[in-house]
Design a protein around this ligand. Structure first.
Ligand code: BGC
Ligand code: BGC
Length: 454
């Protein structure tokens, strides 16, 4: 069996974070409010009333965090840019202090040999745009493209590749259908236009990035969907869930059309959101790569009530993370092989832009090491089967603000004490560092890694 040391030469090793989850400094240097500031201020939204107001104080401590990354020997760092730092009211002139922060971050990363991989939208919409309808309003897509161009004009001379959006599925469902995340709308299937407006935003921004000679990716949360039984009802339910979670986003991006959404009570216009020409805009710029965020598979059974065409089922006999998510490493292999078989030549090279787990472990996080190593072995299996996978960015460098869970779910290679802000690398940090080094040696020598390196 291939394992993680067999990942291809030139494979890029990284870590991932997001602005609202680590930066803090929400009122500093002209940053405007985001929907997450508003949402977390509302009682009962986030566990124990936690907010991202301070988070990991990365806005001030980023040199220390870069030092941690340098210690890992990373090729790349995936972070997100806070739109409300760049355009505090969502429109109008750029905020120079906001741009200057990311300018310093990029220069300091490059100085230690780490390639910045920014995400332009990781869920922190300027509140001013939410006040005008947010992602339910088509205009937000055009505001996003303007913001993307502003940032690319400032950083594009040093940053070769860009991720437009993070997980438009999760932002639509958690933020707009269920109301568990900001902006807190519980619209159920009336949230579907949020999918289209995000994809339109991607397409408009991608063209502007491409015009500037930059590479374009998008990161989707993808899950392999398995039916709870081979019964026709469970199979139909699984197909419906796959359509909503995966194909609603990958089909328009890669095939230029929406999947059949009749199980969700709409035609291909997503409740009237899709206008003539929009799919051409979405696909105008071919993706340089598809970012895959993988955490777990999903098991689906026939619906128990008529409001949705599926229901969730438990995956039996597997360990669970602290979050309660099932640990199924070969789900990653199946997901990637399925993507290749479904999209064929239309599938661009893949990069794993998130994968990791939350645990309640202390410094010796053997559960995390096991999670990461088995998932990387599963990735190597897909690569050996011919899937073109170019890199892996683990979630996350440091413990951070885990959305509705506040600071309760810890995903970091590095522990953060949220009182003192002390960073303490866990065992997984040294493990990841050693893996990266051993893989490089293996590629450089073309030989095998000795058991001592492992
Ligand atoms: C994760 C998914 C997970 C979902 C449900 C998302 O944030 O990315 O993998 O299934 O939450 O908790
Ligand atoms: C998101 C991250 C989040 C992680 C773990 C992904 O859904 O992009 O922001 O922290 O999963 O839940």
């Amino acid at each position: 069996m291939p394992d993680r040391y067999d990942l291809p030469a030139g494979f890029r090793w990284g870590v991932a974070t997001a602005a609202y989850q680590i930066e803090g400094a929400v009122d500093e240097d002209g940053r405007g409010p985001s929907i997450w500031d508003t949402f977390t201020a509302r009682p009962g939204t986030v566990r124990d009333g936690h907010t991202g107001a301070v988070a990991c104080d990365h806005y001030h401590r980023y040199p220390e965090d870069i030092e941690l990354m340098r210690g890992l020997g990373l090729d790349g760092y995936r972070f997100s840019i806070a739109w409300p730092r760049i355009r505090p009211t969502g429109a109008g002139p750029a905020n120079p202090a906001g741009l200057a922060f990311y300018d310093r971050l990029v220069d300091d990363l490059l100085a230690v040999g780490i390639t910045p991989l920014p995400t332009l939208f990781h869920w922190d919409l300027p509140q001013a745009l939410e006040d005008r309808g947010g992602w339910l309003n088509r205009d937000t897509a055009y505001h996003f493209a303007e913001y993307a161009a502003i940032v690319a004009d400032r950083l594009g001379d040093r940053v070769p590749a860009w991720i437009t959006l993070n997980e438009p599925f999760v932002h639509m469902v958690y933020g707009h259908a269920l109301g568990i995340h900001a902006p807190g709308h519980a619209l159920m299937l009336d949230a579907l236009p949020v999918a289209h407006h995000q994809l339109l935003a991607h397409g408009l921004a991608a063209s502007l990035l491409h015009e500037r000679g930059l590479d374009v990716l998008i990161s989707n949360n993808l899950t392999p969907v398995e039916p709870a039984s081979p019964s026709p009802a469970d199979l139909a339910a699984a197909e419906a869930y796959d359509t909503l979670h995966n194909r609603l986003f990958t089909d328009p991006l890669l095939l230029g059309r929406y999947p059949d959404l009749t199980a969700f009570g709409t035609g291909p216009d997503l409740h009237g959101a899709v206008r003539p020409g929009d799919l051409d805009l979405i696909t105008a710029t071919p993706l340089t790569g598809l970012g895959v965020n993988y955490y777990n598979p999903t098991r689906i059974a026939a619906p128990t009530d008529p409001s949705l065409p599926f229901t969730f089922a438990e995956i039996p006999d597997v360990p669970h993370t602290a979050f309660g998510w099932p640990v199924v490493p070969d789900g990653l292999t199946h997901l990637l092989l399925h993507l290749r078989d479904t999209y064929g030549k239309a599938l661009p090279p893949l990069t794993i832009t998130e994968n990791g787990c939350s645990t309640t472990e202390g410094p010796d996080d053997t559960f995390r090491i096991s999670y990461l190593s088995t998932h990387l072995d599963a990735l190597a299996t897909a690569a050996a089967e011919g899937v073109d996978v170019r890199g892996y960015y683990t979630w996350s460098l440091i413990d951070n603000f885990e959305w509705a869970e506040g600071y309760h779910q810890r995903f970091g290679l590095v522990h953060v004490d949220f009182v003192t802000q002390a960073r303490t690398p866990r065992a997984s940090y040294a493990w990841y560092r050693d893996l990266i080094a051993a893989h490089r040696v293996r590629c450089a020598t073309g030989g095998s890694v000795t058991s001592g390196d492992r």
